[in-house]
Design a protein around this ligand. Structure first.
Ligand SMILES: C[S@@+](CC[C@H](N)C(=O)[O-])C[C@H]1O[C@@H](n2cnc3c(N)ncnc32)[C@H](O)[C@@H]1O
Length: 398
């Protein structure tokens, strides 16, 4: 932030904001007028005047005629203010956020992105909860008052989590890779642990899982589980020999912050995730290439695998998916396409809920047609003899 933005600065306090906020400049060709900014941002000129008057966003210049003129830096600050406003923050809170000298524009963008994704996931979860209630009502079943209120507290895994155990379980060959990467670690933190499918049986494990629905489904003899998110782990520095995260980083609001937290609390970090960063990624898997292109939209803007690895100083190892993978994650049935026609298989994978019911129906109908007509088999002839496939799954080891 430049000093010119400091709200309530002494030189500013003497100015009448209606006529003299910011410096008067001769050439304001690079600036946007207040009317243009209002039009582009979809807010009223009055709002912009108000932000100026309270020192929240003060245009740094004036046209010769005395109109407010916004420079690129002013617009950047306004963009942050409006985004936080849309997320429901109060003006005072926003002033503190945008004036924080420790947070630069890129850090604000990451934070805003995380908050918006959280909002999107909440909306997705609410839609899923409403669909469930509509289905129940259509069958003449009345939902309880508790169920009706749960819609407002809905988080993705609170609404889809109960379908998880149907197909999600330990894949022993992939578990062996993770456990080997944990080395001789005796104490292990499992972040985003879910039902605990990949917790090593021979170590002292502590789990972290934010969803109550997921925590409730952990087996009675599973490791103790703390209710928390990866981005703020409630442990002292260096509390564990190792920290692991399996198939969860893509759900975190701020993956980089979460990985740094893992690094902070553990000496070794092992993460199983996917590389969606190269342009060919969508085409690697026939399901997203031919039936569900919406998947690209879900991963757009996420940190690349290199950025994730850099955050913890990790090496990246490819993990092939066996044709008979026991854990039903999105790519698991790459050689068993009929599985994706099964509702219970799809409900255990968040992608299907996140793309929305319309895309899901379309993808499933087309896949069914192509399986019936032999088109799928023809297109994917080369998969039939493969024992394992490279579909972008990666192990990060630091
Ligand atoms: C696909 S499941 C994976 C669960 C488990 N690791 C496994 O492999 O079976 C993703 C999990 O990440 C959790 N999760 C979502 N947001 C999180 C966050 N910010 N921090 C930690 N875990 C999170 C979800 O609640 C869910 O249990």
């Amino acid at each position: 932030m430049t000093p010119a933005h400091a709200p309530g600065g002494t030189d500013r306090a003497a100015l009448d904001p209606h006529v003299a906020s910011g410096a008067k400049v001769g050439d304001v060709a690079e600036h946007l007028t207040v009317g243009r900014v209002a039009g582009l941002a979809g807010v009223s000129v009055r709002t912009l005047h108000h932000y100026d008057e309270i020192g929240l966003v003060q245009p740094s210049a004036r046209t010769a005629a005395g109109y407010r003129a916004y420079a690129a830096g002013d617009v950047e600050r306004l963009r942050e203010v409006l985004a936080y406003r849309r997320l429901g923050f109060g003006l005072r809170e926003i002033a503190d956020l945008v004036d924080d000298p420790a947070t630069d524009a890129v850090a604000h963008l990451h934070r805003l992105r995380g908050l918006l994704l959280e909002q999107r996931d909440r909306a997705t979860a609410m839609v899923a909860a409403i669909d469930t209630e509509l289905e129940a009502r259509a069958m003449g079943i009345r939902t309880t008052s508790e169920d009706q209120l749960k819609v407002f507290g809905a988080r993705l895994y609170e609404s889809i989590g109960s379908a998880y155990p149907a197909t999600r379980r330990t894949e022993p060959r992939i578990a062996a890779r993770v456990w080997e990467a944990l080395g001789d670690a005796r104490t292990v933190l499992n972040v985003g642990a879910g039902t605990g499918s990949y917790e090593p049986p021979d170590r002292d494990v502590t789990a972290v899982e934010p969803s109550a629905v997921m925590r409730a489904q952990r087996p009675a003899d599973a490791a103790p589980c703390v209710a928390a998110g990866a981005e703020s782990l409630p442990f002292e520095d260096g509390s564990f020999d190792a920290a692991m995260a399996f198939s969860t980083v893509h759900h975190w609001h701020d993956p980089i912050a979460g990985l740094r937290e893992m690094r902070r609390v553990a000496r070794r970090v092992v993460v199983f995730t996917h590389d969606s960063s190269d342009a060919g990624w969508r085409n690697r898997f026939w399901l997203s290439r031919d039936y569900l292109p919406e998947v690209s939209g879900l991963v757009a803007g996420r940190p690349s695998i290199d950025q994730l690895a850099r955050a913890i100083g990790a090496r990246i190892e490819p993990v092939l998916i066996p044709w008979d993978c026991a854990d039903g994650f999105f790519e698991a049935y790459w050689r068993r396409p009929e599985a994706y026609l099964e509702e219970h298989v799809r409900r255990a994978v968040s992608v299907w809920t996140r793309v929305g019911p319309e895309a899901e129906r379309r993808a499933v109908d087309r896949l069914r047609e192509d399986l019936d007509s032999g088109r799928w088999a023809e297109r994917n002839r080369d998969l039939v003899d493969l024992g394992a496939a490279e579909l972008g799954l990666r192990l990060l080891v630091a």
